[in-house]
Structure formats: C-alpha cells, structure tokens
Design a binder for this molecule. Structure first.
Ligand code: MTE
Ligand code: MO
Length: 535
C-alpha cells in the first residue's frame, strides 16, 4: 500500500517536473523573441554543448545526420531538459522543497548558457529567469498537498466520507476523493504542459520568422562589380539530366557551421579589424567595403567533412574584395605566417598567410550569385579562399583578421583534431544514375562532377563493374578554382545489378586514391561508387 502510494507520488512529482520544464522553456522561448535571439534558452543550451563535443563524435554525427544535425541537437536538448525536470520532480515525493531547490539549480543552467552566448547582454537572461519562476510556481501548485488530508482542517473533501482515512488506509477509504483530486491534478498538469508546449511551438515559429535576417539582407544594396566574372559558358554544363547545376543556387548551397541559428548582424554595426603582427592596423566599415572596387569570381567551396560522393561542395559567383589588397594595407610583419580569422559567433579559422597574399582570388566576400550573402552563408561578410577547405579559410560573419603565427595560435577545428594544413584533394562523384536507381538495359549515360581547386581536373575515368577504366568526356573548364562536369557513355549494359566507380586525376598527375579513409584530420578519400539495376 505504502509503496503504491509512494509510486503514485513519484509519478505525480515527475509529471509536475516535466510540466514545469515545459513552462520554463515555453514561456522563455516566447519572451526571448522580444529580447533578441541570444536570449532563447534552448538554442543557448544546444549552442553551449557544441564546442564541448569530443572530436571523435563530431565526424560520425555529421556523417549520420548531415544537415539535420541542428534540429536533432535542439530536440535532444529539449527532451533531456524535460527528462531532468521529470527526474528532479520525482525526487520530491513528500519533499517538495528539496525538489524546488534542485529544480532551481537546474533552471539556472539555461540562464548561464544564455549569458555565455558571445553577444549576450544581462537583459538576455530575463526571459529564462521569468520562465524559471513560472515553472517553479506551477510545480508548487501541482504538488500542493491534497485537499482532504486532515479531518481537523475541515473542508470540501469530507463530503465523500473519508474523514476517518489517514496513513496506510487512505487509499482504501478515500476512493472518490482521491480520484477527484487526481483528476484535478491531471487537468492542471495537462493545462500547464500544453501551455508550455504551445509556447515552445509558437516561439520556434516566430523565431524562424524574426531571426531571418532577411530584412537587413534586402536593405543592403551592393555596388556593380568593378571587375565582373566572365559569364559561365553553356559548354561548362554537361548534357546529362540530373547532374547538379554548375552554379549552385543560394538556397541549395551546403551549409556547415557551429551555430544553431545564424547571427543577425546589421551591416551598419559590422566592421572588420585587421590587427596582430601588422605595421598598420586597419578597420573597415561596411560602407568602406562597398566603396572599394569589388570583384566577382566563380569559386567552388568544399568541406573537409564531405564524405566520398557527398554534397558538401558547391560553386557560387562571389562578389568581394581581394584579401591580398586588404593585407597590403595592414602590412603583415615578416615573422607572421598565418591569419586567424574571427567570426561574430566566436568561430575561428587559421589560414596560411601565403594563400591570402599570392595571386589567387581570396576574397572578403559580401555577395553570392548576384545578391548579398544569405544569413546562413555569412551575411554581411565572409572569407572565400580558393583551394582550401572551408574550415581553414571560409569564415562566415567575419569580424577580425588577426595576423599571427601557427606556433602561437590555433583555431576552432585545429583545436579539435583536424590538420592545420589542408589543401583540397582531387575528388569526383557520380550524380547520374542515382544510387540504387533502376535504368533501362542497353545504353547508359552516366554523369557527375569532379574538382581539384588550384590544380584543375585533367581526366575523369569511370568503370562499370570490374571492367576497364574508360575516359569520361569533360565539360569545359571555367577556371582553375571551379569544379568540372563529366559524362560517360556505356552500351550493351546487361540486365541485372551493376556497380559504377569514378576517379579523377588533377593537372599535377595526382590520381584520386582508392584508399578509404575518414574525413578527420584532412578529408575522406576513396573512389565514389554506386550500385544500380538495369532492366
Ligand atoms: N563562423 C563560421 N564560419 C564558418 C564555419 C563555422 O562553423 N562558423 N564553418 C566553416 C566550414 S567547416 C565550411 S566547410 C564553410 C561552409 O560554408 P557554407 O556554409 O557557406 O557552405 O564555412 C566555414 N566558415
Ligand atoms: Mo567544413
């Protein structure tokens, strides 16, 4: 009996704890919309966890979840918070005050996470604090002692004839009262929980609307380029249905970064400071940048985490100013060998100084495919450096270029086990047919993309099953820094299962290796192959 009684109180405590947590996050997320994005506690909690993730789990998580890693992280954080609320609530059974204390301590964790955000102000803690107070009040109300308990206090419960019931006999004698009491509890808990859940949902919806820095993006008017990129010839696209477009649409461009929501930065408040081992520190505002003679360049950007055959690669027409010229103004000292670029969100990348001062088109970019940068691709300004993976070069929301040395400073990913020196390796992938597709037997036309920025694609070869490597037809090359499309025709493909494999060779004669390795520390290798059926 006592045991059942305790179990019930535990369950009740757990439900109250979950409802309190829902209310905390729901009301705080909603209030955060009025205060600003850094104030949102779920985002802040998730964001605080990201840099703590051990290198060994980051690669597999990216492989497994790809673009879904962010929503999954937020959802897991939310569920963990609810579970903790339930656990602490269940400890209450009778000791409500202890549970309240533990819940308060737990509730201060998201408050701290909010305050740890790179651009948080004290006011950003207010929504979560308000949510915490509301959650605690709800918890207290839900675990209020039952109405009937003691006959001495009198009250409505006695009508049901439970006046003699105390202690162990309570559950036997107090049926209808207890049921009424439980119904009342469930109703209240349900109400609070539903209100919290609704608030979270509303908060997320509003968030996606408000946080879209769309308005600021639309207001930024870019100047005509002083030097336009040559138009992309039709012959740069191979004639195969299903091969991705040569220029990647802004909305299709892969996104990799460590922020759960892109920061919204007003161009008027943005500046870039070039400092460190320089003779002349330089600071530029957005107006300064827009007054410079900007250049347009087609550049293919790639992520070191791209799995073999993966889609963490894209080509855009970037508008910006050569970093070489900016560094020329700042005059790096002779002993410097690296530029540590800093982002508004705290991310850093270490780029070898020569890659930013040689003749390649390394850009401080403000435009992408004819418009400003989208918020998730670095609005209002980012770096784009041909020939280097994004993690050592392509800092989005860039705010500082710190001229320094590799033996003095390290960057976000190099601190987590990736190599500091990471030139892009020659790579190729099959885009048509799709993996596991069914095609007609007989003639087969395959197609895809290959890249070897800074070197050029010299040759692409394709192999059907265990056959010989056959040379693919290459589309026209646009620049040394863009990918290249290919096509290969096969005839008399027999009905049944087949494997298609691709490999590329760059202008320096480097043949893409068949040796499989992981993306950490400096990119995955191996040939991309797919399976398909002919019928
Ligand atoms: N601020 C910031 N910039 C960043 C990153 C980041 O996590 N934070 N990721 C880098 C990595 S690993 C890559 S591959 C490119 C991806 O750029 P994209 O998201 O525009 O495709 O951005 C780079 N710039
Ligand atoms: Mo990356």
């Amino acid at each position: 009996m006592i045991r059942r009684h305790r179990d019930r109180r535990r369950a009740r405590g757990a439900a109250a704890g979950i409802a309190a947590a829902l209310l905390l996050f729901g009301s705080a997320e909603l209030l955060a919309r009025a205060v600003g994005p850094p104030a949102a506690p779920l985002l802040a909690l998730g964001q605080t966890l990201i840099p703590l993730a051990p290198a060994a789990v980051i690669g597999p998580v990216i492989d497994l979840l790809g673009h879904n890693d962010k929503p999954v992280l937020i959802a897991c954080t939310g569920l963990a918070a609810l579970a903790l609320g339930g656990l602490l609530g269940s400890l209450a059974h009778g000791r409500t005050r202890l549970a309240m204390m533990l819940l308060t301590i737990a509730g201060l964790v998201p408050v701290t996470a909010v305050l740890l955000q790179p651009n948080a102000r004290p006011a950003d803690a207010v929504p979560t604090l308000v949510g915490l107070v509301l959650g605690l009040i709800a918890f207290r109300l839900l675990l209020r002692p039952p109405l009937r308990k003691s006959p001495l206090t009198g009250g409505p419960a006695h009508a049901a004839g439970a006046s003699a019931s105390t202690g162990a006999s309570a559950s036997a004698a107090g049926g209808p009262v207890r049921q009424a009491d439980r119904r009342q509890f469930l109703r209240l808990a349900g109400l609070i929980g539903a209100a919290g859940a609704a608030a979270v949902a509303a908060g997320q919806t509003v968030a996606s609307l408000v946080q879209d820095a769309g308005a600021a993006v639309a207001r930024l008017v870019l100047p005509e380029p002083a030097r336009k990129a040559a138009a992309i010839p039709a012959s740069a696209s191979i004639d195969v249905d299903g091969v991705v477009p040569f220029v990647t649409d802004r909305t299709d461009f892969y996104r990799i970064d460590t922020v759960l929501a892109p920061p919204s930065i007003e161009p008027a408040e943005w500046s870039l400071r070039i400092h460190g081992m320089v003779d002349n520190e330089v600071t530029l505002t957005m107006d300064d940048v827009l007054d410079l003679p900007l250049e347009e360049h087609h550049i293919t950007l790639t992520c070191v985490s791209n799995p073999v055959g993966g889609d963490l690669v894209g080509t855009a027409t970037w508008l910006g100013y050569p970093i070489r010229a900016l560094l020329g103004r700042a005059r790096p000292r002779r002993e410097a060998d690296m530029v540590l670029s800093h982002s508004f969100d705290g991310f850093t990348a270490s780029t070898p100084l020569p890659a930013l001062t040689d003749d390649r088109d390394a850009l401080l970019a403000v435009g992408m495919n004819g418009g400003p940068l989208p918020p998730e691709h670095g609005f209002p300004a980012r770096l784009v450096v041909p020939g280097l993976y994004g993690f050592v070069s392509a800092t989005k929301w860039v705010t500082e270029l710190e001229v320094t040395r590799f033996d003095e400073k390290t960057a976000y990913w190099t601190d987590r086990g990736w190599d500091a020196a990471a030139p892009i390796l020659v790579a190729s992938r099959i885009e048509v047919p799709k993996p596991l597709a069914t095609v007609s037997a007989g003639d087969l036309r395959a197609g895809g993309t290959a890249w070897a920025q800074r070197s050029r694609i010299e040759r692409v070869e394709v192999r059907l099953d265990d056959g010989d490597w056959t040379e693919a037809t290459l589309a026209e090359e646009v620049t040394i820094d863009t990918w290249r499309q290919w096509r290969a025709d096969f005839s008399e493909v027999e009905p049944g299962s087949h494997t298609l494999t691709v490999r590329a060779t760059d202008k320096d004669g480097n043949v893409q290796t068949a040796k499989r390795r992981d993306s950490i520390p400096n990119s995955a290798t191996g040939h991309h192959h797919i399976q398909f059926r002919a019928e």
